[in-house]
Design a protein around this ligand. Sequence first.
Ligand SMILES: Cc1cc2nc3c(=O)[nH]c(=O)nc-3n(C[C@H](O)[C@H](O)[C@H](O)COP(=O)(O)OP(=O)(O)OC[C@H]3O[C@@H](n4cnc5c(N)ncnc54)[C@H](O)[C@@H]3O)c2cc1C
Length: 326
Amino acid sequence: MRLKKFEHFEPRTLSEACQLLKEHAGKAAVIAGGTDLVVRMKYGVTTPEYLINLKKVEGLSSINLVGENLHLGALATLTQVRCSDLVRERYPVLAESALAVSAAQLQNMGTIGGNICLEPRCWYFQQGSSWRQARADCFKNGGAVCYMAKGSTRCYALYCGDTAPALLALGAKVRLVSPCGERTVPIEEFFVDNGMRHTDLQPAELLAEVILPGPGAGQHGTYLKYRKRGALDFPIVGVAAVITKESTAASRLRIAVTGVGSSPLLVVPPADFPAGSGLTHEMINRMAEIARKQVKPVSHMEVSPSYRKELVGVLVRDALEKLAGA
Ligand SMILES: Cc1cc2nc3c(=O)[nH]c(=O)nc-3n(C[C@H](O)[C@H](O)[C@H](O)COP(=O)(O)OP(=O)(O)OC[C@H]3O[C@@H](n4cnc5c(N)ncnc54)[C@H](O)[C@@H]3O)c2cc1C
């Protein structure tokens, strides 16, 4: 598991980092905490010739209030995020989801940007070379087959990031920077349901920061994660739910799910879904059923699609019951 040789850059500004990405297009990788990328490099499934390390880019790890919005630099570590008073007081659901990522050591190294951009996972891809050589290459390794969904024409690697559902449920936006300028997009538009390319990042583009809208009064949220073992494990399914009181008569409910596709999914409540007068038992069961129907998982890592769907229903129901009692 020795790393292949690479050249290491430490740019001081985002524009320098983007310029390096542009110069070494197709041969470079961005590294933040490295807790996902280095594992793939060790397996030899990602073999960049140039590593562009963001660690020395100034101002990229700050957590600041700008007016009512909270700006989280892409390089803020998960420990910084979950321990930030601003995050804990205003967006406890995000602190909960950062705490759910693996274990303390990885939270100290792993960044919020890296967690969002986390590569979709697959047993057939994230393996050493001798294991992979035993069968024809899959899409991720330059082949034309997906062992997760045989006969399919696309890669079904599974997105398992823990913080993305909380960010989707909170209505976050991401600011992206490239040599052509910058753009800010709702985080749900940033993700693409394709295991080969699960974000809309363009060539030489970087995630600079996450922007969270002010929570307003009466916002509650929770993140529930189901994993095989209690410690240090990716989610089989993770569900974030956030309810925001918009007026005395109206509330907005946002639910997002991870572990069900190549990107996190925002569950769309029906137009007639009334959350204004509080969550009743009936509404909770209906929403759990809607979420269960909207996810379309494939068989993955020993978990059948039907079990994963069932879990989504259960976690959505549990999350909403928790919010109803809050
Ligand atoms: C044993 C183990 C258990 C784990 N368990 C979990 C878990 O339970 N839940 C979970 O969510 N994750 C888990 N992880 C994955 C990982 O630790 C976290 O997702 C972490 O937050 C990744 O952040 P990083 O900064 O280390 O990312 P890196 O490894 O540095 O980067 C990850 C990917 O994002 C890209 N990237 C990073 N920053 C940027 C940026 N600013 N702009 C554009 N692209 C960028 C990189 O090029 C790379 O492709 C686990 C990892 C291990 C090894």
